[in-house]
Write a protein that binds this ligand. Sequence first.
Ligand code: PRP
Ligand code: URA
Length: 207
Amino acid sequence: MKNVFPSTHPLVRHKLTRLRDQNTEPKKFRELVRELAALLTYEATADLATQRVRIQTPMAETEGEDLQEKIGLIPILRAGLGMVEGVWELMPSAEVWHIGMYRDERTLKPVAYYNKLPVQPTVAVCLILDPMLATGGSAVATVDILKQWGVTKIKFVGLIAAPEGIQRLHSEHPDIPVHIAAIDERLNEHGYIVPGLGDAGDRLFGT
Ligand code: PRP
Ligand code: URA
């Protein structure tokens, strides 16, 4: 599908397998989420714009490149928080703007509960961070918020997606690239991804 990029990197496949394992403890789980987030962001940012700059090395003056546009990291609470540190290490000048969203257990619809975005956008590119793309409701609602904010360059970076979530996000926002470690088989009757990894927020925070 256009604009959907499942990673084929062996390191990603290896770490994702460890992440899914129910015997993986919260401390290791957090480490794997952080590392996977960095690896996927490396792939997702391959087309970021750069601008030429002149610098002086100890040996000579030369030309190099700096990132051209201000980047915003948008973790969807809670589970997206686990991805922030890994990505921030790569882009320490990025701004982090949290969006609070939970799924109603009965309807599976997203309920927004936190948004402190300023009136005017302060970044040019947004990377939405959330490990799980299940029905796609949370991701679609977050893209809606960011587009209303005035940002047009938005990417979704996640770990595991259900085909239903990919389909929903793609049909409502076909312009948004989706970078993901794996696309799983299906959603179960409770809206959980199978085989998935269970509840990402609970496994991250030990709840
Ligand atoms: C999880 C996950 C996504 C959402 C995905 O969050 O982190 O945000 O579900 O589901 P969807 O694609 O069907 O919207 P959850 O609602 O469990 O909140 P939590 O991270 O606070 O546990
Ligand atoms: N949220 C999760 O944390 N896991 C799923 O499988 C689906 C939604």
